[in-house]
Write a protein that binds this ligand. Structure first.
Ligand code: NCD
Ligand code: ZN
Length: 341
């Protein structure tokens, strides 16, 4: 049981008690950063799913286990750590087979090359995911057979055909507007992956658009397709990034969208779907990398990892939905028994 205490304007405490929550998307980083982050996570969550976009990216079972151990030790042995492999054009399907034998292995994270922090080693052409004979294709088959999860950074960088996304017409090969990256993925990439790997478990990470929410309303399904929401996308929108100038500490991936998209994902959260869960995407950067000519995307929320969600769910009048979202739905999707207290 976790007790979240906040104080209202009159300074009287409000208490909410929920079963111990799990964070299904954490950037624990490495070395002294891990030693800072892991205790913050462990104070609030019993389970944390570690992202593999380290330097170098995690592409072997050994590297994955070493990272898991580093995080677990940094948490003082308190945190259960789920781990992931990083999908590249050349990730070895035999490494995936090896990882699949381990209980601590959650699945593979897909990064479109170049679209977020430490994604240079990501997949260069998403079509590899549904093209017979490619390594990514084989890796996904292994994953599917083992019942493990494909975690998606749901964005495309390039239009793969002549398409209209929102108000804009693209031709084949055009670079997409940053706000159109997720809608393009939802319309043209996610259906291809699902059609080709028809029992693969898929997690749509950090959903940030109305298009994403609409797709999930139609296709979200326990055991097949689920999504994570971040507190930053629930609580802020692009006005907060651009107010009075460019505010680098309010910038992350997926790029903050317009207000109506924030409203759509909040409407979605309020429904309390069993295929929607807590996945914070807390991502620490050094001040110098945020306040730079090319600001790194990402914000650390681990210091208030559950408190921010409590605020977000209170704002939308859905505090009654917080427990299932934070403590039950995510672990279940990954085949893990939720905490009982
Ligand atoms: C993440 C990071 O910094 O590692 N940044 C972010 O803005 N979310 C990478 C990611 O999850 O895309
Ligand atoms: Zn992330």
């Amino acid at each position: 049981i976790l007790e979240i205490i906040s104080r209202d304007m009159q300074m009287s405490p409000n208490r909410i008690r929920i079963i111990a929550p799990a964070d299904l998307h954490q950037h624990f980083r490495q070395k002294n950063r891990t030693r800072l982050i892991a205790p913050l996570v462990a104070k609030r969550f019993w389970l944390g799913l570690a992202m593999p976009n380290l330097k170098p990216p995690i592409t072997t079972t050994d590297a994955m286990n070493a990272h898991g151990k580093e995080v677990m030790e940094a948490s003082g042995g308190k945190l259960r750590v789920l781990e992931t492999l990083y999908l590249t054009d050349t990730l070895d399907p035999r490494e995936v087979e090896k990882a699949c034998k381990q209980e601590n292995f959650a699945g593979i994270k897909y990064y479109p090359a170049g679209l977020t922090t430490n994604s240079d080693a990501g997949v260069t052409d998403p079509a590899a995911l549904w093209t017979l004979g490619t390594r990514p294709f084989k890796c996904l088959q292994v994953l599917q057979d083992a019942g493990k999860v494909l975690l998606l950074h749901a964005a495309d960088g390039i239009a793969r055909k002549r398409v209209k996304i929102r108000t804009r017409l693209y031709k084949f090969g055009d670079e997409l507007d940053s706000y159109d990256q997720e809608p393009h993925f939802v319309a043209h990439t996610l259906p291809e992956i699902m059609g080709c790997h028809n029992t693969l478990k898929i997690s749509f990470e950090h959903m940030s658009t109305g298009e994403g929410a609409e797709f999930m309303e139609q296709h979200g399904k326990v055991g097949r397709l689920g999504c994570g929401l971040t507190p930053q996308h629930m609580l802020t929108d692009r006005r907060d990034t651009h107010r009075g100038g460019l505010r680098p500490h309010n910038f992350w991936f997926p790029a903050p969208q317009a207000l109506e998209h924030r409203q759509e994902i909040n409407r979605f959260a309020r429904k309390g779907h069993p295929f929607c869960w807590l996945a914070s995407d807390s991502a620490m950067h050094l001040k110098k990398d945020k306040e730079s000519v090319c600001c790194s995307g990402g914000v650390i929320t681990a210091h208030a990892g559950i408190e921010l969600y409590a605020e977000a769910f209170e704002k939308i009048g859905a505090l009654d939905k917080l427990e299932a979202f934070a403590s039950i739905n995510g672990p279940r999707f990954y085949g893990i028994k939720p905490a009982t207290s």
